[in-house]
Design a protein around this ligand. Structure first.
Ligand SMILES: [Zn+2]
Length: 159
């Protein structure tokens, strides 16, 4: 995949993150797969939040994120929307490096590539992605892409 395309998918992951009700850490994810002619197909997307019908409260009174069963992480939300057969060999774009339980889900689903942007401050919470193809997209590249998109939007006239 061309780097510019990868940055564009990461921007989509950040657009998802912005939909999250989490106050402390908004995280977004996009799942894609390569189709035969080298093009990519969007499989699913997600952001961190609570189960459908729940109150969308992601942190306790001290601002600490609630447990893994209460807050559905972005990766998990994205994975749950996609047929498991389509996930084999797929690619995840996630705004933050996956945690350990989400890494387990990614391995089970046989996701092949993981693109992330930011890393959690707590190294103990990071998943072990050994064996997967892992790529970091620096935040400056995401910001540059968004800035360029905004520039193009403001100079073009849409009718
Ligand atoms: Zn997670």
């Amino acid at each position: 995949m061309k780097y510019k395309q990868a940055v564009a998918f990461m921007v989509q992951a950040f657009v998802q993150a912005n939909l999250s009700h989490a106050k402390r850490r908004k995280t977004g994810a996009i799942l894609i797969r390569e189709v035969l002619d080298g093009r990519h197909e969007l499989l699913g997307n997600g952001y961190n939040g609570t189960k459908p019908g729940a109150c969308n409260k992601c942190e306790d009174e001290e601002g600490v994120t609630l447990d893994y069963d209460t807050v559905i992480h972005a990766e998990r939300n994205a994975l749950d929307k996609v047929d498991e057969n389509l996930l084999v060999g797929s690619t995840l774009f996630v705004t933050r490096f996956p945690c350990s339980p989400c890494t387990g889900l990614l391995r089970k689903a046989k996701v092949k590539n993981v693109y992330y942007c930011e890393t959690s401050q707590d190294p103990l919470k990071l998943g072990d992605l050994t064996g997967l193809n892992v790529v970091c997209i620096p935040k400056k590249d995401v910001l540059e892409y968004i800035s360029l998109t905004t520039y193009n939007l403001t100079k073009e006239k849409f009718t």
